[in-house]
Design a protein around this ligand. Structure first.
Ligand code: PLP
Length: 409
């Protein structure tokens, strides 16, 4: 009989969302007259920018003509989008990245999950705690960990992000080959400064490690001194891969378009100790296992870089960040210590009790649903995450209920 990949059996079932759903259901049955306010959601709520919709429509009309029909496209993405990204997202910020180094895909979830495939199954991996779970689970699936013991997988190195270090982990003491970093961070909303990123790049070059830098929330950075890209740091071309997505930036969670940057300078060792181009390997992987993003979707994504698109994206981000301001202001007023919310759409709140206790207290006293931090890792315990992805009406109503309930830290 066929054998399965036993590493999949090490994966811990994620009860986070089913546990939340069960508690919300019970509350709804007991309190049918209290409308529930979901303030923990990681999906966007505002519609697609008009510039993207128009480009989408036009591309579909083009597809209905003999001259404008597009079949299979280049797996790496159409040059019009790769060039718009290289100049709009990188060269405009002084980063030395060119169009050929950009791989367009259908999402950063897939890219940040799949990237580990091109590295050795023996690679030592460091991941932040709390964490976007994709980085952990895909390495467990690939056999780079032992079993899960008390919420942590043996063999993985955990980079603790706590209130003490401002939720920005420092490089590990032990040797590792791959390090996942995510800034602005999900779930903490923390952002690394130029100095902190420089420390990481310097460390990675010294240890010949590769940084896997997830910048899915880059568009939410408002502080002019915080780098948007790891390539704003000198030397990053030799040690870093960056993941970007149109999902949160331009409301593409349901449209699906993202990209990964792999500089041509990045090398890693093969089994005989020779240096191999990581870019070439990913190109091989991408063109073998991926068949390109739909032409109209790439046209819609390219519209993000038009003047109209840029103005609309700015308004979209401002809208969510005004929500974040309201949440952050209210939670601080109520006495809670908070991180995030200034350069990220997530506010990370110290619960002063267990994550689930504050979750229950919020739900029972106000009908507000948050995300318990414990669901993101051991260091998430004692925190909750509130999200700015919501209507203004819901955020205002949620903040009003919190004040009226007399909730304090
Ligand atoms: N990276 C992080 C840190 C995320 O929080 C998310 C989505 O929530 C993603 C990547 C996934 O992005 P995409 O929609 O491009 O797959």
């Amino acid at each position: 009989m066929a054998r399965i990949n036993d590493h999949y059996l090490k994966l811990q079932a994620s009860y986070l969302f089913s546990d939340i759903a069960a508690r919300v259901d019970a509350f709804a049955k007991a309190n049918p007259d209290t409308p529930i306010l979901r303030m923990g959601i990681g999906d966007v709520t505002e519609p697609l920018p008009a510039a993207c919709r128009e480009a989408f429509h036009d591309a579909i009309d083009e597809m209905g003509t003999h001259n404008g029909f597009h079949g299979y496209g280049p797996e790496q993405g159409y040059p019009f989008l790769r060039e718009a990204i290289a100049s709009g997202d990188f060269q405009a910020r002084g980063c030395d990245i060119h169009a050929g180094e950009i791989f367009v895909s259908d999402g950063s979830k897939c890219d940040s999950g799949n990237i580990q495939e091109i590295f050795s199954s023996k690679a030592r991996v460091a991941i932040p705690d709390p964490v976007y779970p994709v980085y952990v689970d895909t390495n467990v699936m690939a056999g780079r960990s032992g079993f899960n013991v008390n919420g942590r997988y043996e063999g993985l190195v955990y980079l603790e992000a706590t209130a003490e270090n401002g939720y920005i982990p420092s490089p590990p003491k032990e040797a590792v080959d791959l390090v996942y970093l995510c800034f602005p961070n999900n779930p903490t909303g923390a952002c690394a400064t130029r100095e902190q990123l420089s420390e990481w790049v310097e460390w990675a070059r010294r240890h010949e490690a590769v940084l896997l830098y997830d910048a899915a929330y880059e568009a939410f950075i408002r502080d002019g001194s915080i780098p948007h890209s790891i390539y704003e740091i000198e030397g990053a071309r030799e040690c870093a891969i960056e993941f970007r997505s149109f999902s949160k930036k331009a409301g593409f969670t349901g449209v699906r378009c993202a990209y990964t940057v792999i500089p041509e300078d990045l090398v890693a060792l093969d089994g005989t100790g020779d240096r191999v181009s990581v870019h070439k390997l990913w190109n091989r992987r991408h063109s073998t296992k991926f068949n390109g993003v739909a032409y109209p979707v790439q046209r819609a994504a390219a519209a993000v870089f038009s003047e109209e698109g840029k103005a609309e994206v700015r308004r979209l981000i401002d809208f969510y960040m005004d929500n974040a301001d309201l949440i952050l202001g209210t939670m601080r007023e109520l006495g809670f210590a908070c991180a995030g919310g200034t350069n990220a759409p997530y506010v990370w709140i110290r619960a002063g009790q267990s994550s689930w206790d504050l979750f229950d207290q919020l739900l029972d006293s106000t009908g507000i649903v948050c995300t318990p931090g414990a669901g993101f890792g051991t260091c998430g315990e004692g925190h909750i995450r509130l999200s700015a992805f919501n209507s203004r009406e819901n955020v205002e109503e949620a903040m009003r209920r919190l004040r009226d309930a007399g909730l304090t830290a």
